[in-house]
Design a protein around this ligand. Sequence first.
Ligand code: CTP
Length: 413
Amino acid sequence: MLKGKKIILGVTGSIAAYKAALLVRLLKKSGAEVRVIMTPGARDFITPLTLATLSGNAVLSEFTEGNEGVWNNHVDLGLWADLLVIAPASANELAKMANGFCDNLLMATYLSVRCKVLFAPAMDLDMYKHPATQTNINKLQSFGNIMVEPAVGELASGLVGQGRMAEPEELVAVITDFFLNKNSQIPTMNVGMPLAKKSNKRILITAGPTVEAIDPVRFISNHSSGKMGFAIAEEFANQGYTVDLVTGPVHISTVNPAINRINVVSAADMYKAATRLAAKADIIVMAAAVADYKPSKPSDKKIKKKDTEMSIELEKTTDILAAVGKTKKKSQVLVGFALETDNELANAQKKLKEKNLDLIVLNSLQDKGAGFGHDTNKIKIITANNKTFNFELKTKKEAAADIVQHILTLAVK
Ligand code: CTP
């Protein structure tokens, strides 16, 4: 699949550097030519010998070699590559990339490459969540760099949260997708160039689950994959709109430069980001599966097991959609989702009315292939003037096109 593709793999100082060995092996197996650049910090986690043996090329990490004036030309390296993959990308190297620092061969190469850059962050959850890191990530995405989201799970520190580097298999899938779509000009991946004529309208979308902490290692969440919300974001972006996508932790990367992605974790974070952006949005689509309740007193220490039963007190989160519905301007179109298991239509109509929506998309968990995790969805669209439109089981991409088409008929009125 990657035959003849020239890939530079940048490895930085993170415990996830051990995954670079498998990544190199998989890339080579797919036919790619791989050259590895390690930062000095990466050498503390994995030996250059391992990566040199697997890649079949000497590993580069210094500007010069020995005392004979031999130097590794980062400009040549940059011109050679079809893709620069930085995996794992530590918080420190991300910060340098975002700010143009150039104190090692990898950073000099990053600044020199003309090809796309894909980065896979790996760090502890609090480092990842920190506004400094998030600002750096947003900045890198605004440069057109592609992030492969870190996963939520157990981290090297023993804490549980978002920060685990994406698995090598997932990275290879994203890389393969990148080259396939680049060559076939598939619009969703036509990086750097939205196809349609630009529109001045701004879209806000919420997607994915929220994660509510019980203590530093446990949380309450749900099975939302974020696929539906991301497909809608992609559809709007491909039609020439600028999209703000506020998402909870999901395993999907965003490559479309017309999508401004804001990563959040909890319902409270999502509320803050979404209400701030709602003020300047023309169309608002809330597809996120927001937690309705959160632990009232999350513990800052791990809760120890006792011999007795235990219960967790929960308090309500703010309904973001209802809050935006209350302040909605006449010119704005507000769209919600309803995921129901019974009494579907009546429940969806109630939400439409109570939350002051213009349109609601109903998914029933009774329908096979609909709802969380699937690549398909079977939807009903209900409008404020009580018209119902039924759709067949379709891919989420196709369902997104139907949803966007209906929203746009309301928006042009
Ligand atoms: N929603 C939201 N903020 C919340 C809860 C829900 O913005 N705190 C939004 C969702 O993004 C979705 C819609 O409200 O667009 C409906 O969500 P859903 O979970 O189906 O309904 P709820 O109103 O939470 O009611 P219930 O869980 O009782 O069905």
